[in-house]
Design a protein around this ligand. Structure first.
Ligand SMILES: C[S@@+](CC[C@H](N)C(=O)[O-])C[C@H]1O[C@@H](n2cnc3c(N)ncnc32)[C@H](O)[C@@H]1O
Length: 236
């Protein structure tokens, strides 16, 4: 299956790897809110859309047996050959995970589902590999954030319909490096319906932004975190 966003991420992989390894995005603070949502280590934790492996490395350090999966060969190679902390990593599409049903206790999808063309089958696939009681823990760009932008006067504007999916490309420049994020804005309901259709139950939904009233991300949330679980056998 052709995946336009995935091909874009592979083409952009060198910039992403340098961007993340130089700590130029918000990961250092974002992870403090996200990682505590991940359950204790079980049999297997799958890091979907793992990129160059930074979340996988954190999880391994806290005792998880991790498999990193990414559609980009360049990203996957970087995760598997990290100079200090290489992680087991395979190239695969999120819609066709190379694992049997119920193989994992936890599927992590950190900041990748809005970068995946076919998000509904990807969430179904995450559900398929989860054992009963297993959890999907995900972070995405908050759909309110991806629907609009701040104007120079500080007002937040949603120029097109929030309800309609659309591609976006946002370029950030820090130090001497530029990074272009290619993604898809989708309304929140696309994710919550896909989670329900995958047979998962949402346990938590958290909105991540700034605690500082002077910060624009105090008014509009930056990211969204969801924890969803596959009901235990015999429950319900
Ligand atoms: C913003 S990066 C996030 C990487 C990693 N989770 C992190 O935070 O460092 C998004 C990742 O999604 C991957 N991706 C995009 N489409 C994919 C697909 N269809 N299947 C698997 N991975 C995909 C890209 O290759 C890229 O590594």
């Amino acid at each position: 299956m052709r995946s336009h966003l995935a091909e874009g991420w592979d083409a952009n992989a060198a910039a992403w790897i340098e961007w993340t390894r130089r700590g130029l995005d918000s990961y250092r603070t974002h992870k403090l809110a996200f990682l505590p949502l991940i359950p204790r280590p079980g049999r297997l934790t799958v890091d979907i859309g793992a990129g160059e492996g930074r979340v996988s490395r954190e999880l391994r350090a806290s005792g998880h047996r991790v498999l990193a999966i990414d559609r980009s060969p360049t990203m996957t190679r970087a995760a598997a050959t990290h100079p200090e902390e290489p992680v087991p990593a395979v190239v695969a599409d999120a819609t066709q995970l190379p694992l049997p049903d119920a193989a994992a206790d936890c599927a992590v999808a950190f900041m990748c589902l809005h970068d995946i063309d076919d998000v509904v089958p990807a969430i179904a696939e995450a559900g398929r590999i989860l054992a009963p009681d297993g959890k999907l823990v995900l972070a995405i760009v908050h759909p309110l954030n991806s629907a609009g932008h701040f104007e120079p006067d500080g007002s937040f504007v949603i120029p097109d319909a929030y309800t309609q999916a659309r591609h976006y490309a946002t370029t950030r420049t820090r130090d001497d490096l530029s990074m272009t994020y290619h993604g898809i804005h989708r309304p929140l309901q696309t994710y919550t319906e896909a989670i329900a259709d995958a047979g998962l139950v949402i346990e938590r939904l958290r909105e991540y932004g700034s605690d500082d009233p002077a910060d624009k991300w105090y008014r509009v949330p930056l990211f969204l975190h969801i924890v969803a679980s596959r009901p235990a056998v015999g429950s319900g």
